[in-house]
Write a protein that binds this ligand. Sequence first.
Ligand code: C2E
Ligand code: MG
Ligand code: MG
Ligand code: MG
Length: 269
Amino acid sequence: HAKQGGRNAIVRATARFGQEALRRTRLVTDLHAALRGGGLTLHYQPLLELETGAPWATEALLRWTHPVLGPVSPAEFVPLAEEGGLMLDLGAWVLRAACAQARRWLDAGEYRGRMSVNVSAVQLAHPGFVDGVETALRESGLPPEALMLELTETAALRDLDASRARMAQVRELGVWLALDDFGAGQANLHQLAHLPVDVLKVDRSFTAGLDAPRSTRPLLQAAVGMARGLQLCVVVEGIETAEQLEEIRALGCDAGQGYFLGRPQPAEA
Ligand code: C2E
Ligand code: MG
Ligand code: MG
Ligand code: MG
């Protein structure tokens, strides 16, 4: 019986594995179609200056509603796009759409700080990266200071010299650069301190950990100290409660982002 049970478990595991592989293949195929024919949108989440409550930036976040499977999280489909060779097209679409939206807001006299766009490691690794950013700015007529690009530590440290050169070029255009999910990667502080960025965006796990038995408070304090010493802005993600907001404000962070301050929403909202 034990043997039989074991075999059934393997059959079930194989079936589940097969279904997951099938879902992945299907998502990649259908993402191609979505890029050509629609189904992709951007939602926008505010980042607020903590001192004043004024808009500091707006983060563009990809949304995809699959015709049959319904909404699929970018945490699932962005890695698939990276593996499936789709990320350059997807990233270019996001950059163009976000710049166009920022330009519309500027034209309407609605100042929202910078439009902040997530950039994948695949995009940064591509030799055409800087050209792509310039093209998006030119086509939208968005001033470079009104654009911020978010890169993760992992993306920035992969092929460090080439990444650093491209990041410096983008910054020379006047575009802001942020290190996203700061503190969540495996990067060492020395490498991070030498990246050409303007903003540290502290990972939301540090906010969530404020109330933990071993609070992340000292780590947040250290991140603020490091940002100050390097003359960087420090932004904290994942603010979900009034208490967290108050603590993070008291720590001296420049800006905050989280469901308590505003959820990602369509542009109209
Ligand atoms: P991220 O860049 O760190 O974006 C922040 C994520 O945290 C978003 O998830 C946002 O909806 C969520 N979030 C915001 N406030 C809170 C909060 O208070 N609590 C919690 N628990 N979560 C909060 P989302 O939209 O599902 O995106 C997940 C990730 O997918 C992003 O993380 C980013 O890495 C990636 N992504 C999204 N859009 C793009 C894109 O256009 N290009 C690339 N390359 N990656 C993208
Ligand atoms: Mg981000
Ligand atoms: Mg982030
Ligand atoms: Mg994050």
